[in-house]
Ligand binder design. Structure first.
Ligand code: SF4
Length: 446
């Protein structure tokens, strides 16, 4: 009997559970941790019961997110008892340990090595090169057909309501060739849509002084245009998130018009009143945004713009709020989210006078959402009769649910495809829009 045919004993791999809270950026961190652990032979446990240790990747952006993180840690302690905490809330180790004594380790955001080392301490790896092969694209927590692509970490701004720069540090961009190579691997693994994320996508490469790096025989600069140009070579849907309206954005609109990247921009405007934007210390708050949007639509009429806003920021007068509503009416944005201002421990905005009472915040939020609902309904009605590509997310009883170029996963609306045919997640269907409500569309394949 040859040596190779003798039976091999494969030890059961240690099981790691993960609870991932927070934004897509935190999800990418979880994916990196899992990729690293899988490459060392760990298995991922889908439940608390089967896990030898549980990692809780926390969010510490708002006080409500911190409370949610503490609850999740408590649940993991109660259900499993062997817990490692990481992520943004990890910077508050004392508070976490005070509430949940017995935590095995606490690490901060992006401390992948420390998290992995803590897992080694809790349950040593059992590596078996025959079974522990990491798929080339790493481990994705998103469905297989779309993936988040993180291009940088940290932020050079000091928005007064935000503590991310103090938690995550200054902007640190990845070399452009590294990002393009990762995107290429994802494409080869069957990903159909890339969601480009960072704290400040327009600033990409500033810290690298836009240093060029080679990919597919050509030098690409570490700047937004070159990155989009390179990603556009892959034939995928490329969607940009967290873009501030710096002049660099004007240059990428032609790439959208040519169909190289999706005509979609997620720009977190947060407000429109100049006084409030100054108090928020928002980047690009001096730019003439309405004129810019009009110019973008002139070059690429189908561009879809999504944004988020905060109402009830300290000092927001009735006039500021009316200005915001008027601006919203003129801007005619496609997709909009709105938050009521919430103070975050450690944020500069907490020292501002003019706190807005909760009932006023609520009333403004309600009026804002009602105004945007009308805009959204009108814009979606205008889509009836158009033919669009729909990327299928899941099969449903009456067909499939997917999204057009104008809808990002999780945060925007959906296109309900009415069909008796089989539609697999990740397939793209050409479909004629037949109906619309305030936020979603209905369509039939053509
Ligand atoms: S741009 Fe402003 S809100 Fe965004 S991460 Fe930087 S400081 Fe925070």
């Amino acid at each position: 009997m040859s040596k190779s045919s003798s039976p091999r004993t494969i030890k059961a791999p240690p099981q790691v559970g993960i609870v991932s809270l927070g934004c897509p950026k935190a999800l990418v961190d979880s994916e990196r941790i899992l990729t690293s652990l899988r490459s060392e032979g760990y298995a991922i446990s889908p439940s608390y019961d089967g896990a030898d240790v549980v990692i809780v990747n926390t969010c510490g952006f708002l006080d409500s997110a911190k409370a949610e993180s503490l609850d999740a840690i408590g649940e993991a302690m109660a259900e499993n008892g062997r817990v490692i905490v990481t992520g943004c809330m990890g910077v508050e180790e004392d508070r976490i340990r005070a509430e949940h004594p017995g935590i095995l380790a606490v690490t901060g955001p992006h401390q992948y090595e420390q998290v992995v080392a803590a897992v080694h301490d809790a349950v040593p790896p059992v590596h078996d090169p025959y079974v522990d092969l990491v798929p080339p694209q790493g481990i994705k927590l998103t469905p297989r057909h779309y993936a988040y692509l993180k291009i940088s970490e940290g932020c050079n701004h000091t928005c007064s309501f935000c503590i991310i720069p103090s938690m995550r540090g200054k902007l640190k961009s990845r070399p452009v060739a590294a990002v393009l190579r990762e995107a290429e691997k994802l494409a080869a693994a069957g990903v159909k849509e890339l969601l480009v994320i960072s704290q400040d996508t327009s600033a990409y490469g500033v810290d690298l002084k836009h240093a060029a790096s080679p990919w597919r025989g050509r030098d690409y600069d570490a700047r937004l245009y070159d990155l989009c140009d390179g990603l556009g070579e892959l034939g995928l849907w490329v969607r940009l998130h967290y873009v501030y309206p710096y002049p660099a954005v004007d240059k990428i609109i032609p790439l959208m018009a040519e169909g190289k990247i999706l005509p979609y921009l997620d720009i977190p405007f947060q407000h429109a009143s100049p006084g409030i934007l100054r108090a928020m210390r928002r980047p690009a708050n001096q730019e003439k945004v309405l004129e810019r949007i009009a110019a973008w639509r002139g070059i690429c009429p189908e561009i879809a713009i999504r944004s988020t806003f905060i109402v009830g920021f300290p000092g927001e007068t009735d006039a500021d709020f009316e200005f915001l509503l008027q601006w919203l009416e003129e801007a005619q944005l496609d997709r909009v989210g709105c938050f009521r201002f919430e103070p975050v421990q450690g944020a500069a905005a907490n020292a501002l006078s003019g706190a807005i009472p909760d009932e006023v915040k609520e009333e403004r939020w309600r009026r804002f959402m009602a105004a945007q609902r009308k805009i959204s309904a009108k814009k979606l009605q205008a889509r009836i009769g158009q033919t669009l590509d729909v990327l299928i997310d899941e099969e449903t009883e009456d067909g499939a649910r997917g999204r057009s170029y104008a809808d990002a996963p999780e945060i925007d609306g959906a296109v309900h495809l009415q069909t008796s045919g089989h539609r697999k997640p990740g397939a793209v269907a050409r479909a004629k829009i037949t109906g619309a409500d305030d936020y979603d569309l209905w369509a039939r394949p053509v």
